[in-house]
Design a protein around this ligand. Structure first.
Ligand code: ADP
Ligand code: MG
Length: 703
């Protein structure tokens, strides 16, 4: 028997939960904390001192020696700088561990080396971290010891956001305020806020660590830059939902335990479509906490893999030719008195509040399709979006048969009198139950799909933070709500006005609805006819942040200033250029030091064989033919290598960041492809014994 795992006991054991605060704080302080958490505002320094002491005591009881302000700079991952709780010893040399309210609330890491897009010159490098009271502190335990992590926002001396959390929190407040205006119109006077909830489904690959370490491309780029396809890929669909192998199962078990301790509700696990690909989904929670937790999920996935002799690849496209990884971002809005604004109920055609919300979301997504697309872009995701595998780079909305029909009726007649029902699902087997089926089937090809009581934004990349997609969703929907509320609050006859507005929005924005196959070529053509943007890459998407439309939106709701947006655009170009540069240099390195030398030795042994066979008086035609073929590819590889070296040098010397990023995308990537082709061809014909790195088959099937 394996030991019994008490999930209830270990859950959140490493989190300074509200429950622990309630136990440890004086009533008045606890109340103050709760009020600030729920309604915003600031904690008094006196209260912060009390909280800090309680937090430190709890952390120290659990073995903590240090604390850190844990934040999310624009690198897309998290950052931490540890400080021990040690203080000045007294005259007798005794030291007492200390942690003050001031240290809890505010930090000033130098942190001047993080990307800031020109917001911080190094000579004025002050940046501050500020405690985010809405996300609980937690303990991280590893070889460093136990560290108390305090989630924080990261801003510059002049108040500009330098991180992913600040704008997200701003967007959550904006959408809450505007959504409240909507529910008030329908007589909901009880709700005091509307919360954006998020449940991200995280895909990942696991490979054997020993094999990983033999591949510089995986080490430096997180993806394979070379590699011929294995004889078997995902075509049999036997991995998807397949039985989980022992080694992977034991990894998943450890991963769950670590996540549960951190208060992450790891819920669903399964094998994904590609070989060596898996998925984990937690239960949805407040957007801000979901973002923090997703960072912890990614980090813990990597950490636990090491313990099992494996490496976790979060890259969007670790292997060519099989599926890449994404992150389905499930998003909804709910009031604090329990109403999910995206719940259509049994009769959506009569649910006016729902129809208004839907109309607003249609308007938001259509108006800002470019921004939504941008929010899901990162370097790795360029391999998926538009690459005929995941949602294409075109934003459209899937509503399902029932809702699409409701929208159609509203657009055509202004009324939605009837409703397509789900009906009974008959299995045809007397011992199996017949049940009511959903009124709507699924559509796996839609980038933005309505799934019952939430939208599932499927474009997001697996390695990316989910902060930007959710910031964008909140912002664009806040704007649509605001415009609707502006009109409806003034209306003399609310019934008529809301009816007209729903019809108007749905009519104007129905082009965004698409229920067909989003992966088909016909859809690309159709979308173009409809005038929907098809933005194919991260660098092309970057400038959507600084259009007049975007600046107006983000400034209106105080989510980003123009300067912040400009800095973010610049960071995108820089990040892109640097990432592709690393990939190009890695290819150059591998080709010149591994592949080409290995193939040269191989040609030597082939040549020796040809001579020996001929000397022995036999026919060496086959050996000579292979030698010719190998030498041909070798020559192409060598000339492609020289070309890649040349364009990479040219690219890195460029000064203008935008032009540079585009040059990397158009010229350097093309040269990379040119080098990859002959090397992959060689892998198919060269003796496996001399091939210098593990193959796709070994990496993905022998885990
Ligand atoms: P589906 O089968 O449609 O993908 P699941 O029930 O598997 O849905 O849920 C997928 C993710 O969506 C999970 O993280 C889940 O917690 C989350 N989710 C479910 N309901 C909501 C909601 N109302 N708002 C946000 N996320 C949700
Ligand atoms: Mg799903």
């Amino acid at each position: 028997m394996s030991e019994v795992l008490n999930v209830e006991e270990i859950f959140a054991s490493k989190v300074f939960t509200l429950g622990k605060m309630k136990e440890r704080l004086p009533k008045s302080v606890y109340k103050e904390v709760k009020r600030v958490m729920d309604q915003g505002g600031e904690l008094s320094l006196a209260a912060a001192d009390v909280v800090a002491k309680a937090m430190k005591d709890w952390a120290v009881e659990n073995g903590a020696t240090h604390y850190t302000h844990w934040f999310q700079p624009l690198t897309g991952i998290t950052a931490e700088k540890h400080d021990a709780f040690v203080s000045h010893p007294d005259a007798e040399g005794k030291m007492i561990m200390e942690f003050s309210g001031k240290e809890l609330i505010k930090g000033e890491p130098d942190a001047s080396s993080f990307p800031s897009g020109g917001l911080r010159a190094t000579f004025e490098a002050r940046g501050y971290t500020a405690w985010d009271i809405t996300s609980p502190a937690f303990l991280k335990e590893d070889a460093t010891g136990v560290i108390l992590c305090i989630p924080t926002a990261f801003c510059s001396y002049t108040g500009e956001a330098l991180d992913k959390k600040t704008p997200l929190l701003r967007s959550m407040e904006a959408v809450s305020e505007q959504a409240l205006r909507i529910v008030r119109l329908f007589g909901n006077t009880e709700a005091t806020k509307v919360v954006a909830s998020v449940g991200p489904e995280q895909e990942y690959f696991l490979v054997d660590r020993e094999k990983y370490l033999q591949r510089e491309d995986l080490i430096f780029a997180g993806r394979t830059l070379f590699g011929a396809p294995a004889p078997k890929g995902q075509e049999l669909e036997d991995h998807y939902f397949g039985t989980i192998r022992e080694r992977i199962g034991s990894y998943m078990k450890d991963l769950n335990v670590e996540l549960w301790k951190l208060g992450v509700t790891a819920k669903t696990q399964h094998n994904e479509v590609a070989p060596a690909q898996h998925e984990l989904a937690p239960i949805y929670e407040t957007a801000n906490i979901a973002v923090d937790h997703n960072q912890l999920v990614m980090e813990t996935m990597k950490k636990v893999a090491g313990r099992h002799g494996m490496t976790c690849l979060l890259h969007e496209k670790p292997f060519a030719g099989v599926n890449g990884s994404g992150k389905h971002n499930n998003w909804s809005l709910g009031t604090d008195n329990g109403v999910n604004l995206l719940d259509p109920g049994d009769t959506p055609n009569e649910n006016i509040q729902f129809l208004l919300v839907l109309a607003c979301i249609m308007k938001a997504v259509d108006t800002h399709a470019d921004l939504l697309r941008q929010s899901a872009s990162d370097v790795g995701n360029d391999h998926r979006l538009g690459a005929n595998e995941a949602p294409p780079a075109i934003i459209s909305m899937f509503l399902g048969e029932q809702l699409e029909d409701v929208v159609k009726q509203l657009v055509e007649t202004g009324e939605a009198a009837h409703l397509i029902a789900g009906g009974k699902l008959e299995t045809g087997v007397s011992t199996l139950p017949d049940f009511e089926k959903d009124a709507t089937d699924r559509n796996r090809t839609s980038p933005f799909a309505f799934t019952g009581n939430k939208f599932e934004f499927r474009m997001v990349g697996s390695a990316d933070s989910i902060a930007s997609p959710n910031t964008t969703l909140n912002a664009i929907v806040a704007e649509a709500f605001c415009e609707a509320a502006d009109r409806l609050e003034k209306a003399d006859n609310f019934e008529v006005a809301v009816h007209d507005l729903i019809k108007e929005y749905m009519t104007e924005h129905q082009r965004i609805i698409f229920n067909g196959n989003g992966y088909s070529d016909e859809w690309v053509a159709e979308a173009e006819r409809r005038g929907l943007p098809n933005i194919k890459s991260m660098v092309e998407a970057a400038s959507t942040l600084t259009t007049e439309k975007a600046i107006k939106l983000f400034e209106k709701f105080g989510i980003f200033t123009k300067v912040e947006l400009e800095s973010r655009e610049e960071i995108i170009y820089e990040t892109y250029a640097k990432t592709i540069n690393i990939e190009a240099l890695t290819m150059i390195d591998m080709a010149s030091k591994k592949y080409i030398p290995a193939v040269i030795s191989y040609t030597k042994s082939l040549a020796d064989t040809v001579i020996a066979v001929k000397e022995a008086g036999a026919d060496a035609a086959v050996q000579a033919e292979v030698l010719g073929e190998v030498s041909g590819y070798l020559a192409s590889a060598k000339s492609a290598l020289s070309k890649l070296e040349k364009v990479t040098a040219e690219a890195s010397a460029m000064e203008d960041v935008k032009a540079q990023a585009f040059f990397y995308k158009d010229s350097v990537k093309a040269a990379m492809d040119e080098l990859r082709a002959p090397i992959d061809a060689l892998e198919m014909i060269v003796d496996k014994k001399v091939w210098p790195v593990p193959s796709y088959g070994e990496l993905t099937f022998e885990v």
